[in-house]
Design a protein around this ligand. Structure first.
Ligand SMILES: NC(=O)c1ccc[n+]([C@@H]2O[C@H](COP(=O)([O-])OP(=O)(O)OC[C@H]3O[C@@H](n4cnc5c(N)ncnc54)[C@H](O)[C@@H]3O)[C@@H](O)[C@H]2O)c1
Length: 448
């Protein structure tokens, strides 16, 4: 459902009023539906001379049956995707090639178009090359802020040697699944994790077991649904008091329930016992979604607010993961996914506890990535921005409206937007994505 403001300004009369007053008009976003084409309209591709990444993008587009063009033509059809391989740019003077590609085509992009720039890692090559490659980020983030009609612009940095591991990421960012992922930079690294193959691309998690904590409602319930849609058996975990809602979610997704207060001293052992009993082969995906807010400015903060937020949102994740790794229950191609927040990046008044906990989630991802790579597994986080849930519905109206509008897409995201990002990170083919924090925030100005 569109929010009220969005309903108003997208009505015929409301749109005229919005035009006169120069009000933002948040367009309905194209979201994923089964059977939908990857790209709506034409896909235009281009490259700077000397690039090495276009074949990876072409493979994904052609695999999906997209109508790919290499030059801007007079066709009436708008571009649903604009993809430029900038990895060949080795000097700042050549950034012009990036500008020229998008300048020529941008007016012909359609609604919810996907603009994707492919680049090299910023630690490869000489100083001039690294400077130019770093500059690309300022271009993509700025272009993303100019786009209208639900379009997004993201940058994928693909390290040398990771070219054949980019498909799941490119497909996600080109598709409607990434509706609320905007202005992001995702770096793919080369690694030793064997390349995973899936039999049915519409059910990439078939045969895999996933745990989602806090699955009884909101974003967690949506994660359970999307992971199950994509083939996983989902263990839906939440506190015992949420038993009824949890059972409903688990039934709906064909998964199982686990009554687990993640802060209970017994929680790590309970989880290990549950897996040994029911899933002795181990677990493939762990999503630490359970989270709470207990807002107060620091002067008014009491011990209970501080302790509970840090424990639910951060320390419990550490204890659960340590137990899983120690019991050797995380399978090859294992995926640990933390849920951070833009509050953990930008900070938020009244949220010293929450901000600390969510920044800590980022710290875990960054510091554990190498160990996870050694285990042929990954750890990443999603950092949601303003998502329409019970948590944000409780916000005072002014804060809520500001949260919705202060982003390039000018609207709140939906739980499914975070869930789609989680399913991409959970994919066995996403092994090159490790140690990354991906904001699902519609390019929110907060912490940008
Ligand atoms: N909604 C947003 O805009 C937003 C933005 C940024 C981050 N997030 C994060 O996304 C996650 C989900 O948020 P939501 O909006 O769906 O919240 P929500 O309050 O709707 O759901 C949170 C779930 O976690 C469960 N939970 C709480 N304490 C628990 C515990 N000790 N053990 C097990 N489960 C527990 C709750 O019972 C509930 O089902 C949270 O980590 C939140 O911080 C949300």
């Amino acid at each position: 459902m569109a929010d009220r403001y969005q309903q108003l300004v997208t009505s015929p009369l409301g749109r005229q009023v919005a035009d006169v007053l120069s009000l933002p008009v948040p367009e309905p976003l194209r979201r994923y539906e089964p059977g939908q084409s990857l790209v709506e309209g034409l896909a235009l591709v281009g490259e700077a001379k000397g690039g090495r990444l276009l074949p990876a993008a072409l493979a994904v587009l052609e695999d999906a049956g997209a109508d790919v063009r290499r030059t801007v033509d007079g066709s009436e059809n708008p571009y649903g995707a604009l993809v430029f391989d900038a990895s060949g740019i080795d000097d700042s003077s050549r950034l012009r090639e990036l500008y020229e590609f998008f300048h020529a085509a941008i007016r012909k992009s359609g609604p919810s178009a996907r603009l994707l720039v492919l680049a090299g890692a910023t630690d490869e090559g000489d100083t001039r090359r690294r400077t130019a490659q770093r500059a690309i980020e300022g271009f993509t983030r700025s272009l993303g802020k100019e786009l209208r009609q639900g379009s997004t612009c993201n940058l994928v940095r693909i390290a040398e040697g990771a070219e054949d591991r980019a498909a799941s990421t490119l497909a996600f960012l080109l598709s409607a699944k990434s509706a609320f992922v905007a202005g992001q930079v995702v770096t793919l690294r080369a690694g030793d994790e064997p390349l995973a193959e899936v039999e049915d691309a519409t059910r990439p998690h078939a045969g895999r077991v996933a745990l989602v904590t806090g699955a009884a409602q909101g974003i967690g319930a949506s994660m359970a649904a999307v992971l199950a849609r994509d083939g996983a058996h989902v263990i839906c975990a939440d506190i015992p008091a949420q038993g009824e809602s949890l059972a409903r979610v688990a039934n709906h997704v064909g998964g199982s329930t686990l009554h687990l207060d993640v802060t209970a001293p017994s929680a790590p052992q309970t989880l290990v016992d549950h897996l040994r009993e029911r899933h002795s082969q181990g677990i493939d995906v762990v999503v630490h979604n359970a989270g709470i807010t207990r807002d107060k400015t620091l002067a008014g903060m009491d011990d209970a607010r501080w302790d509970s937020v840090l424990d639910v949102n951060l320390s419990s994740q550490e204890r659960l993961d340590e137990a899983l790794l120690e019991a050797d229950l995380l399978r090859p191609h294992g995926r640990i996914i933390g849920v951070s927040s833009i509050g953990g990046i930008a900070g938020n008044r009244g949220q010293t506890n929450y901000g600390a906990s969510k920044a800590g989630v980022i710290g875990r991802v960054e510091s554990l990535a190498d160990e996870m790579a050694d285990r042929r597994a990954t750890i990443n986080a999603v950092a949601p921005g303003f998502i329409e849930t019970a948590m944000t519905a409780r916000m005072p109206i002014g804060v809520r409206e500001a949260g919705r509008r202060m982003s390039s897409l000018g609207q709140g995201g939906r739980p499914v937007d975070v869930a789609e990002a989680v399913s991409w990170l959970a994919d066995a083919r996403s092994g090159a994505v490790n140690g990354q924090v991906v904001r699902v925030c519609g390019q929110s100005l907060l912490g940008a």
